[in-house]
Design a protein. Structure first.
Length: 280
């Protein structure tokens, strides 16, 4: 793979340059970067950290982006379950161009609200920068540790890198090279969290090889549109709800009307390709 990439380097550089010129640069949507969904005695707090996809690039306003949609989906799903009415507060810390390495500096420079669940949306720029899988995992571990220390996060979901090999806007052989890199990172992530405690991997159920990208992608043919952000949020909410329901010590409302986090009973747990340029 490395040898083939070296031989193809001039062509890959040219394809990347042409792609950057032809791809529209979409802005991050305006709107608040934190809020609350639902009402109830139980509450859940989520922190979404990531790149342009986490920031909602591809839609017109932040209300159509992943984090607020995820909060609304979780509030609806959890309220219909054994926990009863549940409110979900959310905060998103995201910026176009962020990789797993630069995400840590972004977090450190941001005031973080307390959170129970961390969701990372990182990987595209690690693929573009050809980050080694071991370094990718180290960076994700650092982001998670920082969130656990400052926001008291207890459960983490890492969204898998996008399937670059299925992106129709990428020409060959650039698509093949980026797809192989994304697959290596994703495989390493799956192995890394397979037996981890309160940590999981999530894959968006969207296959542009069998679904019409025009229905799900924004004008740049790369970022999600409003329909795909909603689909992503609902599938991710179901993933998080399933994991929360496996925890027998999930939240309870204390006497006097005080509503702790759904993870309140876990408080005693020890916390312990630059050569191709950037697409977002």
């Amino acid at each position: 793979m490395a040898g083939a990439r070296l031989l193809l380097a001039p062509l890959l550089w040219w394809q990347g340059r042409q792609l950057r010129r032809a791809t529209p640069r979409l802005p991050e949507p305006p709107g608040p970067r934190q809020g609350k969904a639902g009402v109830g005695f139980s509450r859940l707090r989520i922190l979404v950290v990531g790149d342009s996809a986490a920031a909602g690039v591809g839609v017109d306003e932040q209300a159509q982006a992943l984090a607020p949609l995820l909060a609304h989906a979780l509030a609806r799903q959890l309220s219909s379950g054994p926990m009863g009415l549940t409110s979900v507060s959310w905060q998103v810390v995201a910026r176009t161009g962020v990789s797993s390495r630069s995400a840590l500096a972004m977090l450190a420079a941001t005031r973080l609200e307390p959170a129970d669940v961390l969701v990372t949306v990182l990987g595209t720029h690690d693929v573009l920068e050809q980050v080694h899988p071991a370094q990718w995992l180290h960076n994700l571990d650092a982001v998670r540790s920082h969130a656990k220390h400052r926001a008291k996060v207890r459960y983490t979901v890492h969204c898998a890198p996008p399937r670059m090999d299925l992106m129709p806007m990428l020409p060959q052989p650039l698509r093949w090279v980026l797809g192989a890199s994304a697959a290596r990172l994703d495989s390493a992530l799956g192995n890394h969290v397979r037996h981890a405690h309160r940590r999981s991997r999530f894959v968006l159920p969207f296959d542009p090889a069998h679904e019409d990208p025009a229905q799900w992608l924004a004008a740049d043919r790369f970022h999600p549109n409003a329909a795909l952000y909603l689909r992503w949020a609902e599938a991710l909410a179901a993933h998080i709800e399933f994991d929360l329901m496996q925890n027998p010590s999930r939240g309870a409302v204390l006497p006097g009307g005080f509503a702790p986090s759904v993870f309140a009973r876990l408080d005693n747990e020890p916390s312990g390709f630059s050569q191709f340029g950037s697409l977002r």
